[in-house]
Structures are given as structure tokens and as C-alpha cells.
Design a protein around this ligand. Structure first.
Ligand code: IPD
Ligand code: CA
Ligand code: CA
Length: 263
């Protein structure tokens, strides 16, 4: 068997960026004509629209053309095996509830991963036309601007993002956590798209973001963008981050947030 060639993170980042932009423009144009068909997934509030599916088809088709030996895992059902050692994680619309209600905060999230984690990433917000990208060990950018997370050192001055599961049982526990955190921080935001929240940490628009029970395609791209911008990642006990427990924060408040989340 021939050894797997090294992969160029910047090249993969540019592929992710171009495809994310194309898919995002497709769904935003589609949304202007209405939601189209809407189906239910894990719960009556967890929906998939025809535009989630159209976006995933476009992304998977273009990856197949450009990277035929890579694996692809997409939220709406794609599971393409590959041989290259690269797996693409695709969220064709992150923030489908925002999309459904015609709120602007939805994104297309595409990550190229290898054994060491995310190698290259793009998150595109089609309504604001913001394209966040990162390549491992190279940095993170919004357009041409290099990203750096906020200088916040004081939890009481921190703006914290979070999100909630589609399952009402899980929301019980999430509500308890928020109730404990709320009096100790500047304020809480629930923007509605995990990938965008992570980009906001990268750009200092949030000082931290935490959520439980994410899926790998929610996390992979935004995690690289945030950490390349200087954010610290962990689970709620300070161990390595996992999609079940995600905390990304500017370094100055990481320990203070952990003290709340771990207790
Ligand atoms: C959801 C969004 C939301 C987060 C949920 C995710 P979807 O993804 O990222 O902000 O709170 O946990 O499932 O379903 O819109 O792709
Ligand atoms: Ca998602
Ligand atoms: Ca989605």
C-alpha cells in the first residue's frame, strides 16, 4: 500500500472556502423564495429543509470532483468512504431554525480533518457574506483580516454564547447551567448556529462559547477557526474538547468558566 501523501492545509482551506460560499449563496437565494419543503428529524422542532439537502448535495458533488479520494460525512446523510486519510465534515446549513424563520444567523460549515483533528476549515454566513477560514498552524481569517480572540480577563465583563439541544430532557440540565452562569457574566447570547458562535469567539464578538451534545459537523470547522485565533478549548472539566462538551474561550476567562461548568 502506498503511503498517504502529506496534505496542504491552505489548499484544503481554499477548497472549503470556495464550496462553502457557493452553497451559502445557493441557500440564501433559495430562502428568498420561501423555505421550500420542510421535514422533521429527531424531534418536531428539529427540521430539515429542501435547502439543507440541496446544500449538502452541492458540497458533496464538488468535493467528489476536487477530492475524489477523501471521505465525506454530512449531517443530512452523506457517508462517502475514502482512502486519502482526509475526512470532510459538512454541516450544509448550521442554524436551520434561523433559516426557517428567515433570521440572518445561519452558516455553511465545512472542515477537512485528519488523524490529528481539523486541518482546514471554512464557515460562511451568506446573509452577511462573511467568510471565516482557518488552516492548522497558519491562522484564522475573516476575509483578508487575521483573527484574534478578545482580550477579556474578567468573567463579570464577559459576553458568553451558548446553544440548546433539540431534546427537552437535555434542555432541563442546560437551563440549570445557564441559571447558574447568568448572574456571574455580562450577558448570555443564544445566536442559533454553533459554527457561527465559534467564529464569533475567534473574532472577539463573544468572549466564550459553550454547549453540550453538539455533533462533529457542528464543531469541527469553528473549533479550528477559534483555536487558530488564540482561543482555548476544553470539555467542561478541563480535559480535551469533545462534541458532547464544548468550551471555547479567550484564555483570560477559561478557568473562571470551568469553575462554573465543572461544579
Ligand atoms: C444546531 C445549531 C444550534 C445548536 C444546536 C445544533 P442545526 O445545528 O448549531 O445553534 O444549539 O445544538 O444542533 O441543527 O441548525 O444544524
Ligand atoms: Ca448544526
Ligand atoms: Ca445543519
Amino acid at each position: 500500500m502506498s503511503p498517504i501523501a502529506p496534505h496542504n492545509a491552505l489548499e484544503l482551506m481554499n477548497i472549503a472556502a470556495s464550496i462553502a460560499r457557493q452553497a451559502g449563496d445557493l441557500v440564501a437565494t433559495g430562502r428568498a423564495r420561501g423555505t421550500g419543503n420542510v421535514d422533521i428529524k429527531s424531534s418536531p422542532t428539529d427540521v430539515v429543509t429542501q435547502w439543507d439537502q440541496a446544500s449538502e448535495s452541492l458540497i458533496v458533488g464538488r468535493l467528489g470532483d476536487l477530492r475524489p479520494n477523501d471521505s465525506v460525512l454530512g449531517e443530512e446523510g452523506t457517508q462517502t468512504p475514502g482512502t486519502s486519510g482526509i475526512t470532510w465534515l459538512v454541516d450544509p446549513i448550521d442554524g436551520t431554525t434561523n433559516f426557517l424563520y428567515n433570521l440572518s444567523g445561519y452558516a455553511v460549515s465545512i472542515a477537512a480533518t485528519d488523524k490529528a483533528g481539523t486541518l482546514a476549515a471554512a464557515v460562511y454566513l451568506p446573509v452577511t457574506r462573511e467568510l471565516f477560514v482557518a488552516a492548522r498552524s497558519h491562522g484564522a481569517w475573516l476575509g483578508a483580516r487575521k483573527l484574534t480572540c478578545s482580550p477579556c480577563h474578567d468573567l463579570s465583563m464577559a459576553l458568553i454564547g451558548t446553544g440548546f439541544s433539540y431534546s427537552s430532557e437535555r434542555r432541563d440540565a442546560q437551563g440549570t447551567r445557564i441559571a447558574k452562569m447568568l448572574p456571574q457574566v455580562r450577558d448570555i447570547r443564544r445566536c442559533g448556529a454553533a459554527a457561527a458562535d465559534l467564529c464569533y469567539v475567534a473574532d472577539g464578538r463573544l468572549d466564550a462559547y459553550f454547549e453540550e451534545f453538539l455533533q462533529p459537523w457542528d464543531l469541527a470547522a469553528g473549533l479550528l477557526i477559534a483555536t487558530e485565533a488564540g482561543a482555548v478549548s476544553s470539555d467542561f472539566s478541563g480535559s480535551p474538547i469533545r462534541s458532547e462538551q464544548t468550551l471555547l474561550s479567550t484564555p483570560g476567562i477559561h478557568q473562571a468558566i470551568l469553575a462554573i461548568l465543572a461544579s
